[in-house]
Ligand binder design. Structure first.
Ligand SMILES: [Zn+2]
Length: 756
């Protein structure tokens, strides 16, 4: 019996040892002892974030409306500052002065065929205490619409994306001189007035259709989570695809004495007056439209036949704004590093909201605060990060990533030298891990996700996501791939939150993290995004808030403590190869389609198949595009793959010979890794928008938040700019070769460091 026990103990010890060996494998950038210590500290960290505190913080942050320039926005920033200081962080506030228009006049009325005056107001709900704070609420509007006063026939344009205008052309309908009404969805809202103006419209209304955001999805608030009859989605319509941040100070910080563009020279304002409305206000306008019945895919869930117009509805739209400068309050807090203090790990979430914002952004801000409290706690227990950790609570995200962009522009030089990684979050909810970022961090963040447990299922958030991806895969091939791969793919980032200036302007490797997918979202940017809604319909017990804090906080610690920054270039080269293949297919498809359509025009197909009682305009013939030369891109992708393999080889060697590797000798490699994402920037920036410099990721010029990968080439093909596509293939290839050479050198440095 006794001997048996000893044997059992021996086996347990052996298993534990094997387990530790496995952990070492899974913590790239750490020595064996370092990995064990790290896992121990991370375990202590993950036990600290507390749903009760998340709940209290969310309630506190969302207690009153706190948009840019409001008293409670400043009060929140000062409270966040005091929290950081209480937890032992070195914290301060940085101010900027930005253009933030607020409504002076808003009028929307139908003048023909019947009189109707739009309400343009969200009524308070009796059970929801903060919905009645009307004197502090911003009216419903789209920020950075120009002033305007127009009366014109109304035309329904579906989602108002470029393809919808192609369809209108086929139907023989022009929006020239008209006011368009588009529904929210399919593109970022700022794209809708932009495309409308390009087609000659004089005004733009954007409404939430119940098909996408209302009773078609479920019960409406306050009975359910979905958008009620008079709920309105506020939001910015600044053309953020040109640059983010203060419209008056592109590329430089909006300090008090900064040089500012005169308003008339600002390119990111809309060209036509724009106003968001509820489906309650939209229905009488849409019901009055005549003209052809909208195609099936254009119809929403209102109880009316959807007509396109023009006729008989004529509307009057008037909006004017106070074009004021408002102060921003960015809270910046620092935990100094020990051995590598000049290498920084950044973490941020915004604190400003459109109204009360219990979900957007307070749910994410509360998680960030719990991480900061926990890290402060660990420091009191003796933990010291190698690298400096900087936590940022941004102001002015909602109008256009103002606080993060101005700070990034002000500190550009030091950030490009010192900032290794920026980790962002925003709204948080119940459900699955949602992640995106630089592919150099794909392997790293997979490792973190494997070590965080889903609060509602007894498995890691990584495993839960993997199983869902298998369940959603449409082919056997995809399922096989998912079961075979050791890392899940992360999404590429477009825009829509504060990572943009870091990743796409400065070239700092970035991640965006959050949870969601299991709660309905009908209160986005309305007065109903508040504590009552959040605690009835979202992460009601704040356990996913804790999970976000555990995920982002673990990532911060693991990056801050590693001997060698855990960058990996294999996932990067695989992602780039995938994008390059997509581009070749895209160009080939574009060509084939044009050839086929030209043939159909010649055959008289469109005239023969059109219903003679309906108007249908055949498309015009188009010149057949030339073949593009993808060879330089293919060669560069091959070079990148080879470099990634070499770096991986050096890494494996370093892991094997770790006994001989001195962490101090890794300084050069770490510094090279910090700059590795910057080698993916092009000096001249993207065509027509030089503020965006990343050659792999950018928000689409005609999708907004939606990402365009290898944007310079992809958008040239989509917009049929064949010569530009050819030129940009060469630019991208040059950038990738520059990255490959940098990785080669980092691999050599790493090998030398092991030898030392
Ligand atoms: Zn947000």
């Amino acid at each position: 019996m006794r001997r048996f026990l000893w044997l059992a103990l021996f086996l347990l010890a052996a298993l534990a040892w094997a387990g530790a060996a496995n952990e070492r494998e899974e913590l790239p950038g750490y020595s064996g002892d370092g990995a064990r210590a790290e896992i121990e500290w991370e375990g202590r960290f993950k036990a600290i974030p507390d749903p009760a505190r998340l709940r209290a913080d969310d309630q506190r942050l969302s207690a009153q409306p706190h948009h840019v320039g409001s008293p409670y926005d400043q009060e929140n920033a000062e409270w966040i500052l005091s929290q950081f200081r209480e937890w032992g962080w070195d914290a301060h506030i940085e101010n900027y002065y930005v253009l933030f228009p607020t409504p002076k006049e808003r009028v929307l009325e139908m003048v023909e065929p019947a009189k109707f005056i739009a309400r343009l107001e969200e009524p308070p709900v009796a059970v929801d205490p903060t919905s009645g704070q009307q004197s502090e609420q911003l009216p419903t509007y789209n920020a950075y619409s120009i002033d305007g006063d127009v009366t014109a026939p109304l035309v329904y344009v579906n989602y108002g994306v470029p393809a919808d205008y192609d369809q209108l052309e086929r139907l023989g309908i022009s929006v020239r001189g008209a006011i368009v009404i588009a529904r929210y969805g399919r593109s970022w809202r700022g794209i809708k007035p932009k495309v409308a103006a390009e087609h000659g419209a004089v005004g733009c209304l954007i409404y939430s259709d119940p098909r996408d955001d209302g009773y078609f999805e479920g019960d409406v608030f306050p009975k359910g989570a979905w958008r009620p009859l008079e709920g309105v989605q506020r939001g910015s319509v600044m053309d953020m695809t040109l640059y983010s941040g203060d419209p008056l100070t592109p590329g430089v910080a909006a300090t008090r004495d900064a040089q500012r563009l005169p308003l008339g020279e600002v390119k990111v304002l809309t060209r036509i007056p724009t106003l968001p409305i509820s489906y309650g206000d939209a229905e009488p306008l849409l019901a009055a439209l005549r003209g052809p019945v909208a195609p099936e895919s254009w119809r929403g869930a209102l109880g009316i036949p959807y007509h396109i117009g023009p006729g008989a509805a004529k509307v009057h739209l008037k909006v004017t704004f106070n074009w004021d400068l408002k102060p921003l309050y960015d809270v910046i807090a620092r935990l100094p590093g020990s051995t590598d203090a000049d290498q920084w790990i950044l973490r941020g979430n915004h604190h400003d909201a459109w109204v009360n914002g219990a979900e957007d952004p307070s749910s994410g801000q509360a998680a960030l605060l719990e991480e900061a409290r926990a890290l402060g706690e660990l420091r009191k227990q003796g933990w010291t990060p190698k690298r400096t950790i900087i936590y940022c609570a941004w102001d002015g995200e909602e109008p256009g990533l103002l606080g993060s962009t101005e700070w990034a522009e002000q500190h550009a030089g030091e950030l490009q030298k010192h900032a290794a990684v920026y980790i962002n979050s925003d709204s948080n909810g119940r459900g699955y891990l949602e992640w995106g970022g630089s592919h150099t961090l794909e392997k790293f963040i997979n490792g973190v996700a494997r070590d965080v447990t889903d609060p509602e299922k007894n498995l890691s958030v990584w495993e839960r996501l993997r199983l869902r991806e298998i369940s959603e895969a449409s082919t056997t091939e995809q399922r096989k791939d998912l079961r075979g791969r050791s890392e899940l793919k992360i999404a590429a980032l477009g825009s829509g939150s504060d990572y943009t200036p870091f990743l796409q302007h400065l070239g700092i490797a970035s991640l965006n993290l959050g949870y969601g997918g299991e709660d309905g979202g009908g209160i986005y940017h309305s007065i109903y995004d508040d504590f009552y809604w959040y605690t009835h319909f979202s992460d009601t017990d704040f356990v996913y808030g804790r999970t976000l804090a555990q995920t982002a906080g673990t990532a911060v610690m693991r990056l801050a403590d590693a001997d060698l920054l855990p960058f990996d270039f294999t996932a990067l080269s695989e992602a780039v190869r995938g994008y390059a293949n997509e581009l070749e297919k895209l160009a080939a498809n574009e060509r084939e389609e044009i050839v086929e359509r030209n043939r159909e025009i010649e055959e008289g197909l469109f005239g023969a198949t059109a219903d003679p009682r309906q108007r249908l305009v055949p498309p015009p013939p188009e010149p057949v595009p030339p073949h593009l030369n993808f060879a330089p891109l293919e060669d560069a992708v091959d070079a990148l793959s080879r470099s990634a393999r070499d770096y991986e080889k050096a890494l494996k060697k370093a892991a094997r010979d770790r006994g001989g590797a001195d962490p101090a000798s890794l300084g050069t490699v770490n510094r090279m890794l910090i700059e590795s994402e910057q080698k993916l920037l092009s000096a001249q920036g993207l065509p027509h928008r030089p503020w965006y410099r990343h050659e792999l990721y950018a928000p689409g010029s005609y999708t907004g938040y939606g990402v365009k990968t290898i944007p310079a080439v992809r958008e040239a093909i989509e917009q049929k700019q064949w010569q530009q596509a050819d030129e940009q293939i060469a630019v991208v290839a040059k950038t990738l070769n520059q990255e490959a050479a940098w990785i080669d050198q980092a691999a050599r440095e790493l090998e030398q460091a092991i030898g030392r």
